[in-house]
Design a protein around this ligand. Structure first.
Ligand code: DC
Length: 213
């Protein structure tokens, strides 16, 4: 069973994808981390994330970079969003994600284009969203826990800019797959969001069994 979880930054999709993987005993890939590694690699190489050539060269990043804690910060998130608009970057990362999705026994992948491009054949597609205010509040709280102070207004502006770029790029933009189930986590706590996702997967599995899949 392939489970595709898409949605904007800080919507809760990563938490949901991880919980679904644990619940259903499936491996999980956070595909945003691949784009973050490309963004970080461009910066380390002194390149320009808006240059298709520099960004493409950075797709050759060493696997060890995936463990770099800097990948999780907002600066790298912004770089990831910028490198991800280049079609050749997306193409270079495609096979790795597709192979992960197709592994025997299934997988959970989260990102922006899993249900639309990487695994349009996924048995279960979820689109996780939340208001920009709530997403910014969550991100600010996470940063405070990590000892960093960020203003809510700055975070909202940053998330809105990333949403705009991810949604309006021409190649594989962030969008709701027509057959995706929507989970709005704006007024859900973590446990309720995970429960809604588990229920959606079970319902899709049941439907699949009924349809003889
Ligand atoms: O999910 P995230 O915040 O870690 O993703 C960082 C950026 O990577 C995001 O702004 C856009 C890009 N991305 C993408 O284009 N496609 C994906 N499947 C995952 C992430």
């Amino acid at each position: 069973m392939i489970i595709a979880v898409d949605g904007p930054t800080a919507s809760g999709k990563g938490t949901i994808a991880k919980a679904l993987a644990a619940h259903f005993g499936l491996p999980h890939l956070d595909t945003g981390l691949l784009y973050r590694a490309v963004g970080r690699q461009v910066a380390l190489a002194g390149g320009n994330p808006d240059s298709p050539d520099d960004a493409l060269a950075a797709t050759d990043f060493p696997d060890s970079l995936l463990d770099d804690p800097e990948l999780r910060n907002e600066v790298t998130g912004g770089l990831a969003s910028r490198v991800s608009i280049h079609p050749l970057v997306r193409k270079a990362l495609f096979e790795r994600q597709r192979a992960f999705a197709l592994q025997h026994g299934g997988a959970v992948l989260d990102g922006r284009d899993i249900g639309t491009v990487i695994a349009p054949d996924a048995e279960v597609k979820l689109y996780v969203t939340a208001s920009v205010e709530v997403r910014a509040q969550r991100r600010c709280a996470e940063m405070q826990d990590a000892g960093r102070e960020v203003s809510l207004d700055d975070m909202m502006a940053d998330l809105a800019a990333r949403d705009e770029r991810d949604t309006n790029r021409s190649d594989a933009p962030l969008m709701v797959a027509p057959d995706a189930g929507l989970i709005d986590t704006t007024s859900l706590n973590k446990e309720a969001a995970i429960a809604a996702a588990v229920e959606a997967v079970n319902a899709a599995k049941e439907q699949g069994t009924r349809n003889g899949k």
